[in-house]
Design a protein around this ligand. Sequence first.
Ligand SMILES: Nc1ncnc2c1ncn2[C@@H]1O[C@H](COP(=O)(O)OP(=O)(O)O)[C@@H](O)[C@H]1O
Ligand SMILES: [Mg+2]
Length: 231
Amino acid sequence: MSHVLLQEASFSAETSGGSVRIILQPTTLELSEQRIAVIGANGSGKSTLLRLLNGLLLPSTGSVSVDGLDTRADGGAVRRQVGFVFTDPLSQLVMPTPLEDLELSLRRRVKSTTARRQEAARLLQEYGLEPLGGNSIYELSGGERQLLALATVLAVEPTLLVLDEPSTLLDLRNTRLLRSRLAGLNQQLILSTHDLELALDCSRALVMDAGQVVFDGAAADAVAHYRGMYS
Ligand SMILES: Nc1ncnc2c1ncn2[C@@H]1O[C@H](COP(=O)(O)OP(=O)(O)O)[C@@H](O)[C@H]1O
Ligand SMILES: [Mg+2]
């Protein structure tokens, strides 16, 4: 299990008007449970918090580290360890076909071209995408794309998987498929979601509001807290 540490980590950005807006208030957290959900309204700062975890964003103040690796000083090592799945899979599928996308992800880990193709084919099969390996990414359904994005990120063998609203674009059937996929993984998962069922699959959940973590506890209690905020 990875050990993620935020120490007074905040994130600010300059607005178009030139003033500085604090998007994430100074936050101190220790994240080491196997499954952690981040819930909260649109604009509450969930994506910002998640992006700090793999160095996609660097904290404006304070620090973020993963297993002792600082996201500022050891960015490359952190990104190899922390996989990131975006809400829209098309933002991370860069090759024309699923097979090529998986091969690209495997480049660092599998050096031989032949072995890499075999491993990519095996992963396609594992994810039930094998008949689509040579198709265009654009011909895949939203659910197939999200599974492929998950497969390409996992191909790098990260120890921590961060997912930003992975089921937001999926229908009920594909959301269930994704949930069962995620439930079967050994990696530590930290995910943001509006799907409270997905949040309840986690052991711990953070509730965010206006750039702050306003509740941190067992997922069922966090979901109850979140519901209470709007009743
Ligand atoms: N780089 C940025 N510059 C200015 N505002 C930003 C930037 N990133 C995020 N924001 C704003 O900060 C708030 C929180 O964003 P975000 O973390 O994406 O929230 P969430 O994922 O919970 O919807 C939003 O109001 C968003 O518009
Ligand atoms: Mg977001």
